[in-house]
Design a protein. Structure first.
Length: 103
């Protein structure tokens, strides 16, 4: 055994209380949004969610990011989310899993 269950749960709880807000990018402009929820599901997956609601239905979101309480970038992903197919916006979900590898 390397990390105990308590250690893994502590890492997950730290992430849960430390992530603070998200941003999404359209073109070269970033839009800061609050997190909708940060939870740990029954299987141990950390779920970070937020809403993307651009003002224009012709927008294409090209990047999403998640930051901590100090403003440090924790998660970044290039995407291509075309807003033409949604009425008002959509819910974006980041799923994180903490795993241990013994090599």
């Amino acid at each position: 055994m390397l990390l105990t269950t308590s250690a893994v749960n502590g890492i997950k709880a730290y992430i849960q209380r430390t992530v603070s807000y998200a941003r999404y990018r359209i073109g070269s402009t970033y839009y800061k949004v609050p997190l909708t929820d940060v939870t740990i599901d029954a299987s141990g997956i950390i779920r970070i969610s937020f809403m993307i609601q651009p003002e224009s239905s012709s927008a294409v979101v090209n990047q999403v990011q998640v930051f901590d309480t100090a403003g440090a970038l924790w998660f970044e992903k290039s995407v291509s989310l075309n807003m033409e197919s949604v009425a008002e916006g959509f819910y974006y979900l980041v799923k994180l899993s903490i795993t241990e590898v013994d090599e």
